[in-house]
Design a protein around this ligand. Structure first.
Ligand SMILES: Cc1ncc(COP(=O)(O)O)c(C=O)c1O
Length: 478
C-alpha cells in the first residue's frame, strides 16, 4: 500500500482508491482530511518560523543544518527559541510539552541545573585539552558505580562508541563478523546497516555512497529468534553480537521471556562477545536495562543523554576483555588504532557527564520518570480501548510508545510492518498543534525528571482529541 503524500492534492481516481485503503486501521481519506486541517492550523500558528525556515534556511543544503530536520511531520520545521525542563518554546511563542526531548539527548530535561552549572563553571577554564581533568577522574569511578564494568573509554557519539567497541571485539576474538538483529539501529555504524529481506541478508536500502557488500562482515537474525541465533553463531566467525536489550528504533519490540538468558548462554558457548547498547534503554533506570535485569554484557555502550545533552558517549568492558586487549596490543605494531576523534573526552563533556551521573541520573529522578511514564502508558492504552483501535501502547521505563498495529511485536519484520506512515504523520502534527511534541520517525515519548503530571495528562487528552478527530463517530472504526 502506498501512503499518499499528505501535502499533495488528491485526484478523483486516487480518492476512490484511498477510500478503500487504510493506514493503522483508519481510512486514508479520513487521514488526509485530518492532515489538511492540521496543516492549515500549523501554518496559521507558525508565521515567524515560516518566514525564517519555511522556504529553507539560506546556506544549508536542503535548507536545514542536518537533513533529517526536514523529516518531521510538520510542513516546515519550527525554529526553536528556547527550552527548559520539559517545556520548549518556538520563535512564534508557541509552547510545547516536550516528549521528544531531543530524541533522548535531553532525556533528563533541557538544561538540568547541575549540568548547566557544570558547563558554566568549565566554560571559563578551557573546553578541550587532550588531557584528563578532575572531572575525568570522578567520572571514571562513577561509570563503574552506575554500570558495573571496570574499564571505560569516552567518545563523542553513540555511533563512535559502538564503532570502537566493535573494533575491540574483532581485535580480541580475531573474528571478522558481527551479528545484528534485523531492524536494529546503532547509529551510523556501517556494519550494522544490513537487513533481512525474504530471509537473506542485504545492505540496508537507501544507503548513500556505500560501495562495500556489508553482508560479508555481518550476520543478521530476527530479534527473539533463538534457533536462528544459534545457527548463525555456529559458523564460529562472529566476533560480537550487538544488541539493544529492547528494540527501540522501529516500533518497540520487547524481549520474549528468557531471550536474554539464551542470548548470553549462546554467545558464551560460541566464544562471541556481547555488546549491549543502552543508548535508548537507559530509560529503564540509572544502571540501564542491564542493571535492572541483571544482564552480563562483555561490552556496554551509552551515548546521547549521558552528559545531559552535551555530545558525549561512553563504552565499557570487562576485565577479561581488557586482558585480551592488552595481549593483542602487546604484539600490535605502533600506529593508529582506528579509534579516536580529537574532541573525544574533552573537558566540557566530562564536566557535564560528571554532573549528570552525580546529580541527574538519580534513583529519585527515575522514580518520578517511571511513575509518570506508567500513567502515560495507561492513559494511551485506555484511549485505544475506548475507541477499540487496533493499536497498542507499551513502555520501557521512561520510554513510552503507541503503535498503530496490534501487539505484541516479536521482531524487526513485525516492527517494520507495524508502521503506518500516513496515519503517524497526521497524528504527530495533530499532537503538535495540541502543544505536545513527540519524537519524529516513530511514535515515541520520553518522560523526564522535569515532566509534570499535568503535561502527561495533557498529552493523553491530546491523544484522545486526535483519536476523536480521526473517527467521525465510534462506528467509523469498524
Ligand atoms: C540504540 C542506539 N544506539 C546508537 C545510536 C546512535 O546515536 P548517535 O546518533 O548519537 O551516534 C542511536 C541513535 O538513535 C540508538 O538509538
Amino acid at each position: 500500500m502506498r501512503a499518499p503524500t499528505m501535502t499533495a492534492p488528491v485526484d478523483a481516481m486516487e480518492c476512490r482508491t484511498l477510500q478503500r485503503e487504510t493506514s493503522g486501521g483508519i481510512p486514508l481519506t479520513r487521514i488526509a482530511s485530518v492532515f489538511e486541517a492540521e496543516r492549515e492550523s500549523y501554518v496559521a500558528t507558525h508565521p515567524r518560523s515560516l518566514a525564517l525556515a519555511g522556504r529553507g534556511i539560506a546556506g544549508y543544503y536542503q535548507g536545514v543544518p542536518m537533513h533529517w530536520m526536514r523529516d518531521w511531520s510538520m510542513p516546515y520545521p519550527f525554529v526553536v527559541d528556547s527550552a527548559r525542563g520539559a517545556l520548549l518554546i518556538d520563535v512564534d511563542g508557541n509552547q510545547y510539552s516536550d516528549f521528544c526531548l531531543g530524541d533522548t539527548g535531553s532525556m533528563f530535561g533541557h538544561s538540568p541545573p547541575p549540568v548547566t552549572e557544570a558547563i558554566v563553571r568549565q566554560a571559563g577554564r578551557g573546553l578541550t585539552y587532550m588531557l584528563p581533568t578532575g572531572d575525568a577522574i570522578a567520572v571514571g569511578r562513577l561509570l563503574g558505580e552506575h554500570f558495573g564494568l571496570p574499564h571505560w573509554q569516552v567518545a563523542t557519539t553513540a555511533t563512535d562508541a559502538n564503532r570502537f567497541a566493535l573494533r575491540v571485539a574483532r581485535a580480541v576474538t580475531g573474528r571478522p563478523r558481527i551479528l545484528v538483529f534485523n531492524g536494529c539501529y546503532h547509529g551510523t555504524v556501517d556494519e550494522t546497516f544490513v537487513r533481512l529481506i525474504d530471509g537473506h541478508a542485504v545492505n540496508r536500502p537507501g544507503l548513500l555512497g556505500q560501495v562495500a557488500d556489508l553482508t560479508q562482515f555481518a550476520r543478521v537474525v530476527e530479534f527473539n529468534d533463538v534457533p536462528g541465533l544459534a545457527a548463525e553463531l555456529a559458523h564460529g566467525d562472529v566476533a560480537c553480537v550487538i544488541a539493544e536489550p529492547v528494540m527501540t528504533n522501529s516500533c518497540m519490540v520487547l524481549p520474549a521471556p528468557g531471550f536474554h538468558a539464551e542470548l548470553r548462554r549462546l554467545t558464551r558457548e560460541a566464544g562471541t562477545l556481547l555488546l549491549i547498547d543502552e543508548t535508548h534503554t537507559i530509560s529503564t533506570g540509572p544502571g540501564g536495562y542491564t542493571r535492572a535485569h541483571g544482564l552480563e554484557p562483555d561490552l556496554f555502550v551509552l551515548g546521547k543523554p549521558v552528559a545531559g545533552g552535551v555530545p558525549a558517549s561512553v563504552w565499557g568492558f570487562t576485565d577479561e576483555v581488557a586482558q585480551r586487549l592488552d595481549a593483542v596490543r602487546s604484539h600490535t605494531p605502533p600506529g593508529h588504532s582506528g579509534m579516536g576523534t580529537t574532541l573525544s573526552a574533552n573537558a566540557l563533556s566530562l564536566a557535564a557527564m560528571r554532573a549528570t551521573l552525580e546529580h541527574v541520573m538519580t534513583d529519585e529522578a527515575y522514580a518520578h520518570m517511571e511513575s509518570l511514564a506508567g500513567r502515560l502508558e495507561a492513559g494511551l492504552q485506555s484511549v485505544i480501548g475506548q475507541y477499540q483501535l487496533p493499536w497498542h501502547a507499551l513502555r520501557v521505563g521512561a520510554r513510552v510508545e503507541f503503535i498503530c498495529a496490534p501487539g505484541p511485536l516479536r521482531n524487526g519484520t513485525d516492527a517494520e510492518a507495524a508502521h503506518a506512515p500516513a496515519l503517524e504523520q497526521a497524528m504527530h502534527l495533530a499532537l503538535l498543534n495540541r502543544s505536545c511534541l513527540i519524537a519524529p520517525f516513530h511514535n515515541m515519548m520520553l518522560v523526564s525528571p522535569a515532566t509534570t503530571i499535568e503535561q502527561v495528562d495533557s498529552l493523553v487528552d491530546a491523544f484522545e482529541g486526535v483519536a476523536a478527530s480521526l473517527a467521525l463517530s465510534l462506528d467509523d472504526w469498524h
